[in-house]
Design a protein around this ligand. Structure first.
Ligand code: PMP
Length: 458
């Protein structure tokens, strides 16, 4: 029988020997000591159960320790843990075949990595070698990785260090139709579009042109005439479930390609059915990327990532040797393979679509009740609730207030996440196996936490 260390002992080791990241100590005032997980549930060391609506940041896709995936992992662990892909072995080929089938032509060449940052690093390299250009554009507020190269793509000060990070990376204005200067929630593709909050004449959306204008200004001022790539998430993850005006990515792709660049969809969070309506987030934007990067949900929490591209780009990249010891290891491949099978059997994408829509509807009712909820957005189980001082100013709710609601929600048994450049957005991205009862439980808990906060402070 496995026994957890004492809480005090773990905290001491954390202070003495672990990465001294601030968030790790302050994420909750009273930390959550996890003992085990099953599907959408986590249990702490005292046996308390939590509904996990953050899923290790949209990573647990089909459910914690999903029995079918666990069985596939166990089976592979007994057969072969490791060899590199200089040899030919079935789990890798079975997986690559299955993954390729989920992607449209011409996205058929797959490179397996161990994380999202690694996948994005590789995609940067490919784009540069293929185009012969150097400069890369991303959106402000985005997160694409923490390696020195991908840190350049990432546009959030909290994750930046004062070193020569990601040379040649440039950020354009995030087309955020809630907090940005232009647009309204009708500009985006969402099941809930009840707030009209921009000054565009009815039926005429000018916001997209304005944000595209900002991109054109980056082209005019910050980069050479030819560029290597544009990186964008279909819905921003760490940035706070930000959704763009409907044609933003389509128009961006066109302009980037005119300047010789390739278009890269970062599907680390939005892939594998997370947006509900489509298996890949980019499919909701009527676009075709040249490179797609993925990780997180790919293997339900087992470390893995991938880059998928075209034969043409792969050929430009193939001139050198690219080797990755753990990339495509048999255990990760067996798990990821089982994740794809399980998604089909469990109807994961459909659950994401239905439960996501149900949560968005429920949250929009709560939004209308409280002055401190500015925006509810997202698609499928990639949801953001932007908290504000008041609806008129749209100023971010300060961190202390965010923490209070967050802690209270946790104390009532639900784990959610925080995000956004100012930490002002609650993030809901559960394992995609939640039920209507879970959604109702969360909505009741969140409503109660807001109620408690308002009573204490207003
Ligand atoms: N891209 C996106 C969109 C992400 O959200 C993340 C992680 N939060 C990454 C890339 C980096 O992934 P990893 O942490 O696996 O390196």
């Amino acid at each position: 029988e496995y026994k957890d260390m004492s809480k005090e002992h773990m905290m001491e080791i954390r202070r003495q020997n672990c990465n001294p990241m601030i968030m790790k100590v302050t994420y909750y005032k009273k930390p959550v000591f996890i003992h085990q997980g099953h599907m959408q549930w986590l249990w702490d060391v005292d046996g308390r159960r939590y509904l996990d609506l953050f899923a290790g940041v949209a990573t647990v896709s089909v459910g914690h320790c999903h029995p079918k995936v666990t069985a596939a992992a166990e089976k592979q662990l007994r057969k072969l843990w490791h060899t590199t892909n200089i040899y030919v072995y079935s789990p890798l080929h079975e997986y690559v075949d299955k993954l390729a089938a989920t992607l449209p032509e011409p996205l058929k060449v797959i490179y397996l990595t161990n994380s999202g940052s690694e996948a994005n690093d590789l995609a940067m390299l490919m784009a540069r070698l293929h185009t012969g250009n150097f400069d890369i554009i991303t959106l402000r507020g985005s997160y694409h990785g923490g390696s020195p190269q991908t840190m350049g793509l990432t546009s959030n000060s909290a994750y930046k260090y004062p070193i020569a990070i990601g040379l040649g990376c440039h950020n354009t204005m995030c087309p955020d139709v809630f907090a940005g200067p232009w647009g309204g929630s009708h500009c985006r593709d969402s099941p809930i579009q009840t707030i009209r909050n921009c000054s565009c004449p009815q039926g005429l959306c000018m916001a997209n042109d304005k944000y595209i204008g900002q991109l054109k200004e980056v082209f005019a001022t910050s980069v050479p005439s030819r560029i290597a790539a544009f990186f964008g998430e279909p819905i921003m993850g760490v940035g706070g479930a930000v959704q763009y005006p409907k044609n933003f990515l389509k128009d961006t792709y066109k302009l980037v390609r005119e300047r010789g660049g390739v278009c890269i969809a970062d599907e680390v969070q939005t892939g594998f059915g997370r947006t509900g309506s489509h298996f890949w987030g980019f499919q909701g934007h009527d676009i075709m990327p040249d490179i797609v990067t993925m990780a997180k949900g790919i293997a339900n929490g087992f470390p893995m990532g991938a880059v998928v591209t075209t034969h043409e780009i792969a050929a430009s990249f193939g001139r050198g040797v690219h080797f990755n010891t753990f990339g495509g290891n048999p255990v990760a491949c067996a798990i990821a393979s089982s994740v794809l099978d399980t998604m089909k059997e469990d109807g994961t994408q459909q659950i994401s679509h239905e439960m996501g829509t149900y949560l968005l509807m429920g949250l929009s009712k709560i939004r209308d009740k409280y002055e401190i909820i500015g925006d509810v957005r997202g698609k499928g189980l990639q949801i953001g609730v932007e908290m504000v001082k008041d609806k008129a100013s749209r100023e971010p709710l300060p961190p202390a207030a965010m923490s209070e609601i967050f802690e209270d929600t946790k104390d009532m048994g639900v784990l959610i996440g925080k995000g956004g450049v100012y930490g002002q957005t609650f993030r809901i991205k559960p394992p995609m196996c939640i039920t209507k009862d879970d959604a109702d439980f969360f909505l009741a808990v969140f409503n109660q936490a807001l109620n408690n906060y308002m009573e204490a402070h207003h």
